[in-house]
Design a protein around this ligand. Structure first.
Ligand code: GLU
Length: 467
């Protein structure tokens, strides 16, 4: 048997990270078992589905490196098939026409409620002859739910979960306008796509019991199910905007690398020893469902940020430079021509050591692209007092004489200068840093100055000492 999993999002909003994690698990599971991972866009709800949301799903998956093995299936293109299956169930007596009007259904629910019963359909048309209905009356098609016994799911994460069949009612599979219901469409599609394993949020567990009625009625072998615990916020409540970023786009905008987000999402609900940082190859090699826990995971933004820092330090400098340039090009006050981009690339090894997100990284690189006069942070401004300005003036003339402006040469000069001035190195390096970067934090001052180049360093110092 070829393992075949799928991700089946409804394109009605943003790609929530709970869903992104379901996509990742399905993908890794398929790859681990040399199977296939498919994508189905569940767009039958025309009112709520948008092209924009479809694009968000495609972009998000691509960004996360989750590539389906076949072109995506759009559920809305399969309505004829859904109708065909519903009519087959009708013909074979597994389903029936229900002519109840919305008013009658509302009355039925109200009555059940006053009797203290759950508001279920009471099977009014289950055994009635359709000829009793007024001629031409609209009807829905309902499946005949089992009336006794129980339904058991051997869930690969939750274990054995049982529901008593009297809990299930004769649910609608085809609406009066001929459109399939969600439960019906999912089953037809999963069957036709030959899905062997359905992994989705555990909020779908009750749907699974209902969907199994259709499998049974059609005589189809159901897939294996794995219901994944949801992701909660740090306070234990369902993850939402109020906790911070909750969709893939938001994490991307906040400067997280896809490797870090995927690595974090995987580790959040799945345990494998103490290995925190796992490459995609290792993830595929190691992932299986037995490591997935049953209880909800709590999102820990601090841990994710830390992990992102780890991934950033390993990331390629060219790639990070491109990310930084993309972000900085949103600003109108910076020069981003080739020379300035080269500066970013040159200093990247030092910059990436200090930043935990791409946003921080871009902020820390911006000084390389500023024009004179620089904007100074409050701390930098404080360092640029009269004494330090006088000191920087002297230093500037020493730097002017430096023949090669390499980190090593700059470092030697700073040491000599500190000695001749009887100052500690920090008393020189910090004001210099303030003067040429506008802040009090940057990679090593020697690398920083060398990256800016002699002309620029002298110009920046000149703006302060003569300004
Ligand atoms: N369209 C459903 C959702 O986005 C998918 C459920 C499933 O995976 O079966 O929640």
């Amino acid at each position: 048997m070829t393992v075949r999993t799928r991700f089946a999002p409804s394109p009605t909003g943003l790609l929530h990270i709970g869903n992104a994690r379901a996509a990742l698990f399905n993908y890794l599971y398929a790859k681990h078992h040399n199977g296939e991972f498919l994508l189905r866009i569940e767009d039958t709800d025309k009112e709520r589905s948008t092209q924009q949301a479809v694009d968000v799903i495609f972009d998000g998956l691509e960004w996360m490196g989750i590539t389906p093995d076949q072109p995506p299936v759009f559920q809305s293109t399969r309505i004829k098939r859904h109708q065909e299956v519903a009519l087959y169930l009708l013909e074979t007596g597994k389903a029936y026409k229900c002519f109840c009007t919305p008013e009658e259904l509302a009355e039925m629910r109200a009555k059940a409620q006053t009797e203290g019963k759950p508001p279920r359909y009471n099977g009014y048309w289950r055994d009635r002859d359709p000829s009793e209905a007024p001629a031409g009356a609209p009807y829905t098609i309902r499946i005949k739910a089992p009336r006794e016994g129980k339904t058991v799911i051997h869930d690969l994460v939750q274990g054995e979960v049982t529901v008593s069949n009297i809990e299930l009612d004769d649910m609608i599979i085809l609406r009066a306008d001929g459109t399939p219901t969600y439960q019906h469409a999912v089953v037809c599609d999963d069957h036709d796509m030959e899905i062997t394993h359905v992994m989705r949020g555990d909020d779908h567990l009750t749907n699974t019991f209902r969907q199994l009625m259709i499998y049974r009625a059609m005589g189809w072998e159901p897939p294996h199910f794995a219901h994944l615990p949801l992701i909660h916020g740090p306070d234990g409540a369902k993850l939402s905007k109020r906790h911070g970023a909750s969709s893939v786009v938001e994490f991307r905008d906040e400067g997280f690398l896809p490797e870090a987000l995927c690595n974090y999402l995987l580790r959040l609900g799945w345990g494998h020893g103490n290995d925190e940082v796992l490459s995609r190859e290792e993830q595929i090699k190691l992932f299986d469902l037995d490591g997935v826990g049953r209880s909800p995971s709590r999102m820990d933004y601090t841990k994710l940020t830390h992990l992102n820092g780890v991934w950033m330090r390993q990331a390629d400098d060219q790639r990070l430079t491109k990310e930084v340039v993309d972000r900085l090009s949103q600003r109108s006050d910076l020069n981003l021509d080739k020379e300035h981009q080269d500066r970013i690339l040159h200093l990247m090894p030092g910059l990436k050591e200090r930043a935990k997100t791409l946003v921080e990284l871009a902020d820390s690189a911006a000084f390389l692209c500023n024009s004179i006069p620089l904007q100074f942070t409050e701390k930098a401004q404080k360092l640029l007092n009269n004494d330090n300005i006088a000191m920087l003036k002297k230093l500037s003339s020493r730097l002017t004489e430096l023949p090669d402006f390499t980190p090593k040469a700059i470092n030697n000069l700073l040491h000599q200068f500190a000695e001749s001035e009887s100052l500690k190195l920090g008393k020189i390096a910090q004001p210099l840093r303030a003067a040429i970067t506008g802040s009090t934090m940057s990679p090593g001052i020697d690398e920083t100055a060398a990256t800016l180049g002699k002309k620029e360093v002298l110009a920046r110092l000149g703006a302060i000492t003569h300004g």
